[in-house]
Design a protein around this ligand. Structure first.
Ligand SMILES: [Cu+2]
Length: 382
């Protein structure tokens, strides 16, 4: 009876062995493993992971062999009289010392890698990363380049109106660009709640905490586009603030920085230009779609009881100054944050848009706001 049972188990073990070793399935098993990433540190982390994994496998094999052997060798049938001994000092010392040594053996390489990871010396390039609900801001500290990186997946894909694209929820309007082979240090913080900046290919996962600056660094040797995401539950759109880093050759990087700087200069010029209502409206709609639509909704109708309607709101109809103030300062204690990080042009445009769209212009005073108004608001009041 017992013999028969063992025989069938052996058979099953053998079958599982065949399945595990058959090459086609093996490929899939590797896909379940941690990935190597593209930096020295990420490779080290991978090696460490494999080392610890195999140590665990060895311990498992030893422990389970002893256990199964004992279960088999000391059945009641073979040993009707149980042994009566207890306390075996040699054995007890051994099973205290050996695990201790194993732990030390694992801690040494792990600590070495950790020390390497926690190097916060300045990089060749230093980028401040700020988490916002629900986007990332990047400021290149040496170059005065600064931008927001927003999810660029079409809402229609999210609502299943069209098929989902290849990089669904993993794509942004502006990627972080860094050059190959240079040490890049990230200074990671947040503006509202705790987020976490996670880039698996670089083995970086660092909390972004308001009021703190955590650092992480990387040297990437392989150009390419790498994707990560926010990995600290940070509110309603936590799953909608991906991270995309584009690693390029130095030359391409310099060119990119240059273009970014030029764009900033052009934007500064826009502040002093004469704006027509139509121009502000057009720009304002884009700003609104990126920054406001999640709460105040496409037609400015809001969500009853949570987000006030902007269509027909007294502030949007008559109180221009209050309107600017709300955007600049936010409403304390409410989900309405300050948007003072937007440019003067974007702020003026989005305020004008919300004062004009959805019938607001006809129902209220229809006053527009130009970039100069925002500049004036920002002037220190004497
Ligand atoms: Cu987040």
């Amino acid at each position: 009876m017992l013999y028969k049972f063992f025989k069938s188990t052996k058979l099953r073990l053998f079958l599982s062995f065949l399945v595990l070793t058959s090459p086609s399935i093996k490929a899939d098993w590797f896909a379940l493993n941690m990935t190597r990433g593209v930096t020295d540190v990420s490779n080290e982390v991978f090696e460490l992971h494999m080392l610890i994994f195999w140590i665990c496998v060895a311990i498992g094999v030893v422990v389970f062999s002893v256990m199964f052997y004992s279960m088999w060798a000391h059945t009641k049938k073979k040993n009707p009289e149980p042994a009566k001994f207890h306390e075996n000092h040699k054995l007890e010392i051994a099973w205290t010392i050996i695990p201790f040594l194993i732990l030390i053996a694992m801690a040494v390489p792990a600590s070495k890698t950790l020390v390497k990871i926690y190097d916060d010396e300045a990089g060749d390039i230093n980028i401040q990363v700020t988490g916002y609900q629900w986007k990332w801001q990047y400021r290149y500290l040496e170059d005065d380049v600064s931008f927001f990186s927003n999810l660029s997946t079409d809402l229609d894909e999210i609502y299943n109106l069209v098929p989902k694209g290849e990089n669904y929820l993993q794509e942004v309007d502006e990627m972080v660009v860094i050059p190959v082979g240079k040490k890049v240090r990230f200074l990671i913080t947040a503006n509202d709640v705790i987020h976490s900046w996670w880039m698996p290919a670089f083995a970086i996962k660092q909390d972004a905490i308001p009021g703190f600056v955590n650092t992480a660094w990387t040297v990437v040797d392989k150009p390419g586009i790498y994707r990560g995401k926010c990995t600290e539950l940070c509110g309603k759109n936590h799953g909608f603030m991906p991270i995309v880093v584009k690693v390029v050759e130095q030359e391409e990087y310099d060119q990119w920085v240059n273009e970014k700087k030029q764009a900033a200069i052009r934007l500064a010029e826009l502040t002093t230009k004469e704006w027509t209502t139509a121009e502000l409206m057009e720009r304002g709609e884009t700003v609104y779609d990126i920054n406001c639509v999640v709460c105040h909704q496409t037609e400015g109708q809001g969500i009853a009881g949570i987000f006030p309607a902007l269509a027909g709101s007294d502030i949007a109809l008559y109180e221009k100054d209050k309107h600017i103030e709300i955007l600049m300062e936010g409403v304390s204690g409410a989900a309405m944050n300050s948007f003072d990080y937007l440019s003067e042009v974007e702020l003026a445009a989005v305020i004008t848009y919300t004062r004009q769209a959805w019938g607001n212009a006809e129902n209220g005073d229809g006053e527009i706001v130009i970039p100069k108004d925002i500049v004036d608001y920002k002037e220190p009041k004497i």
